[in-house]
Write a protein that binds this ligand. Sequence first.
Ligand SMILES: Cc1ncc(COP(=O)(O)O)c(C=O)c1O
Length: 393
Amino acid sequence: MRSDFFKYQAQTSPHPLGMEIDHAKGSYIFDTKNNAYLDFVAGVSACPLGHNHPKVVSAIKEQLDKYMHVMVYGEYIQTPAVALTKLLAKNLPESLSKTYLTNSGTEAIEGALKLAKRATGRSELIAANKAYHGNTMGAMSVMGFEERKQAFRPLLPDVTFIDFNSNQDLSKITTKTACVILETIQGGAGFIEPKNNYLLKVKKRCIEVGALLILDEIQPGIGRTGKLFGFEHYDCVPDILVTGKGLGGGMPIGAFTASNALMELLQDKPKLGHITTFGGHPVIAASALATLREITESRLMQQTIEKEELIKSLLVHPLIQEIRGKGLMLALITPSEAIATALILKAQNNGLILFWLLFEPKAVRITPPLTISKNEIKIGCYIIMDILNNIDE
Ligand SMILES: Cc1ncc(COP(=O)(O)O)c(C=O)c1O
């Protein structure tokens, strides 16, 4: 299988981790030699209920027995998609009442950007330096990391970048701006939180100039930071909310949510303002619905805060300069890229899954399933401490 993996499956890095998976359950992934790996990454924040959660698996199986794909997006009334969008609305402020379901996070970003252009009749998009919003052309145009986009230019015109948390840059938001798109907590940049009411200041400026605020919650959303959506920590309700990753409970999904008045614009001038074949797929929507129900009806979100405190209390070491982030969206900041990489690779050899962040090479990601137990956290943190105690600097 290993040689076929390199021969037939396209690679985007010369050194993929290459673990050969047999099965996964709860907080553990098992390789084909039956080695168990404790998962501190959760498919890069995409498996909030761990692996093969029984409620998610049974929702998927039940839906599989009824029907799979029957029609392109939005034509037929399919219970899983309707129930999912209704449950999202129930858990969101009144102004975020209508959701468009997509196949991935990046597609939801495309939809949100299109909606902002359509609603304002303006073309300028404002995004943050070091932002990551996905890898299709539109989403890549608002990615704030030139090195990774150069080769794909020309991208979208009329994109302006601002520094996240900079009050000074707020003046770049003007009456020409269609929208400002920000991650509520910057992920790839190193789990950077908004400071000093930054999001509220952006929102205020957007209102002043008639621009829309899009918050990308693809990573912090769905309970990971201890609240269902990250923006709840900062009292800032966006005009368009984008979610994905964890919403699918291990299945591919994205979603953008806005007011009824905004969403209605996708029906007119032109009609079919965003088209997708598989968006709202019944099996995926069933998985997402079971996931969202479990997260909103259990105590998992409250426990996230206790688990954050436990991790922070256990991971105290001279080679950990800082632990950034919120809830179970945490990043260890080490003194160097070499130490971060050594820790990640040695952890895998010791049965613990860790991972990098996109644009901060000194960071090590800790984004376990929300269902991880305190005992599993202790096991993983002891492995990290042991590696750091023995690492060659
Ligand atoms: C903040 C953020 N936005 C957008 C995306 C893109 O989502 P997807 O990979 O599902 O297209 C990601 C994925 O890592 C993300 O973290």
